[in-house]
Design a protein around this ligand. Structure first.
Ligand code: HEC
Ligand code: HEC
Ligand code: HEC
Ligand code: HEC
Length: 162
């Protein structure tokens, strides 16, 4: 009996290791808890004012907020295990949120992990670069008017560390 339990426990442990590799989208309200206010560089507040935050409203105004061809770039984690039309969690992933650029946060969101950048990156945190922006800022966008990384980065800047 003892042996069976030991085997079961190791099987469960092995499974949880496998699942730790599949990072889940958790939505901006979770990031907001720790990334709002003056002391934290007003990161949430800056994002909230950006057009990224309002990208779903833009589609709603056009009656296109159920069109997968538009949602692809106007919500968080579409076709990547995030936003799904009709899903219970969809409302929490509307617009281009933090996790669109920084990666799904289920595993890196805890304070001890977040404070250790290397560990956070092992747990899904992404350092956004030009290639990442261009996944959405490209000719497939019906309103594309070019993309200059330096200029566009300055418009969404929310750096405060160091
Ligand atoms: C429990 C609090 C907490 C939560 C929740 C949290 N963070 Fe953090 N985050 C921190 C702390 C603490 C740091 C270290 C920097 C600092 O002290 O401000 C940090 C750093 C970061 C960094 C900078 C990493 C670096 O060193 O360059 C990014 C990017 C980031 N967080 C994104 C997110 C995103 C996206 C979410 C939501 C999915 C999130 N965080 C949720 C506390 C948190
Ligand atoms: C998941 C898709 C996606 C990613 C990734 C993305 N963006 Fe965007 N971005 C959008 C959408 C959609 C809009 C338009 C939002 C609206 O007006 O509804 C936008 C708008 C903007 C705007 C405002 C443009 C204007 O004329 O008002 C800037 C600046 C911008 N993005 C910068 C960036 C930068 C820099 C990166 C990479 C670090 C990036 N974006 C990554 C989808 C994305
Ligand atoms: C490949 C990604 C992508 C797709 C697909 C996409 N968009 Fe966008 N959308 C963007 C980006 C990025 C912006 C910001 C402006 C720009 O640089 O194109 C934007 C901006 C917009 C704007 C604001 C335009 C402005 O100049 O103020 C509207 C409206 C819009 N999109 C509607 C749609 C609709 C409707 C669809 C589906 C038919 C769609 N988008 C599909 C990425 C995309
Ligand atoms: C459109 C993409 C995009 C979105 C959306 C976005 N960020 Fe960022 N974030 C970036 C980029 C680009 C940097 C700068 C990376 C660098 O230069 O090291 C950055 C840097 C950061 C940093 C580090 C600041 C520093 O001083 O180095 C934190 C913390 C952070 N983001 C948190 C967030 C949180 C929380 C949200 C949502 C409320 C968010 N970001 C939304 C692209 C984005």
């Amino acid at each position: 009996m003892k042996k069976v339990i030991v085997v079961l426990v190791s099987v469960i442990a092995a499974f949880s290791l496998v699942y730790a590799g599949s990072f889940q989208y958790i939505g901006v309200s979770k990031c907001k808890m720790c990334h709002k206010g003056e002391k934290k560089g007003l990161v949430f507040e800056k994002w909230e004012k950006s057009t990224h935050a309002k990208a779903i409203e833009t589609l709603k105004a056009k009656g296109e907020d159920k069109n997968p061809k538009c949602l692809e770039c106007h919500v968080t984690g579409f076709n990547a295990g995030g936003y799904k039309v009709g899903d219970a969690t969809a409302a929490t992933l509307e617009g281009v949120q933090c996790e669109s650029c920084h990666g799904p946060g289920s595993e890196y969101k805890t304070i001890s992990v977040m404070k250790d950048k290397k560990l956070a990156m092992e747990k899904g945190l992404i350092e956004p670069n030009e290639a990442l922006c261009k996944k959405c800022h490209n000719e497939k966008s019906p309103t594309f008017k070019g993309f200059n990384f330096k200029e566009y980065s300055a418009k969404i800047d929310h750096k405060y560390l160091k």
